[in-house]
Design a protein around this ligand. Sequence first.
Ligand code: NAD
Length: 380
Amino acid sequence: MQKTVYFIEGDGIGPEVWAAGRPVIDAAVAKAYGGERRLEWVQLLAGEKAFAETGQYLPQATMDALRGAELAMKGPLTTPVGKGFRSLNVTLRQTLDLYACIRPVRHFEGVESPVKRPEAVDMVVFRENTEDVYAGIEFASGSPEAKRLIAFLRDELGADVDPAAGVGVKPITERCSKRLVRKAIRFAVDAGRPSVTLVHKGNIMKYTEGAFRAWGYEVAADEFADNVMTEDEAATGGKPVIIKDRIADAMFQNALMYPEQYSVLATTNLNGDYLSDALAAQVGGLGLAPGVNMGDTLAFFEPTHGTAPTIAGKDKANPGSLILSGAMMLEHAGMPEAAALIHAAMDRVISSRRVTVDLASQIADAQTVGCKAFGELLGE
Ligand code: NAD
């Protein structure tokens, strides 16, 4: 059966990583399924290309198509500066309620890493994408809003807040925490992953981060009783997935020192932001960092890097993140054999040491090839 994949080329290096990457995705599908054409690509406009053609950065037709879609992929989008624009990415995530940002992090043999045993790094971060301090509820020091809020906090609640403080709000809800953790556990169960770790700072922020932790355990107990057990129960064994939690600061240490103990991580927005970038840096950086923003219907896959304007149009960009995002898309769309071919091709080409310039600096005796040539090697 053919699946429709809506795609946005993106700005900066977007067109060149697509030109190099899409044939690799198509070739993997054709190879895995006897030449069958299982993907129908439909281009949508967004970003600078959309602005040039329609006068809009995010045309209505693009949003309408995405609202009814199940699969989409995008390249990076430039955020227009200085005209009061919100980031296009944030607008897409919020408008389409793509509440889970999911980033797998695994090591490719031969790529230098700051960790001692990079081969043990194989984690998938589920980051809550809609709330936390990213809700944008912030008031500047001395502003009338901050003053009123602080007066309320001091006078009505007896809180000891400096009247000159800037103030931010960190909303964390049961609904959003549970749907994120539910997705992480469902993924772990389906993918045969050994554990889900709730990463939080509940020792300091009891009613936000601590509540996230408590709601996470509730989902595990209420909805996955047959599949999930706690660390205490794991001593006697019995169920495939262990649910545990770690304080965020300890998690950063543990991810470096004992990566083999962690598989799926579920966390709040800010922790997830830090954690996904830190983990990506352990295994090759932005050129090999795929991702997806997922809601209940739409899964919107994208490389995690930006438009890299200084190398755009120079055939220097690494299309790896886009291609690995394509592999995630294939897996999600029920084509794991094609996804496995992409991973095998990535292993093969990286071990041949013919790689784009960003990876060449991380691989001993590497030979630098361009974006297009790297794609061609992966598609062989
Ligand atoms: P960036 O990711 O574009 O670049 C950071 C560094 O990594 C640069 O040195 C760049 O050359 C390099 N780099 C990034 N991707 C690469 C690749 N595929 N191959 C080789 N090198 C690569 O981040 P930035 O400079 O902070 O942002 C540039 C623009 O991208 C901004 O307008 C920003 O808003 C946008 N952005 C978009 C997204 C997105 O669409 N998801 C994400 C991040 C940034």
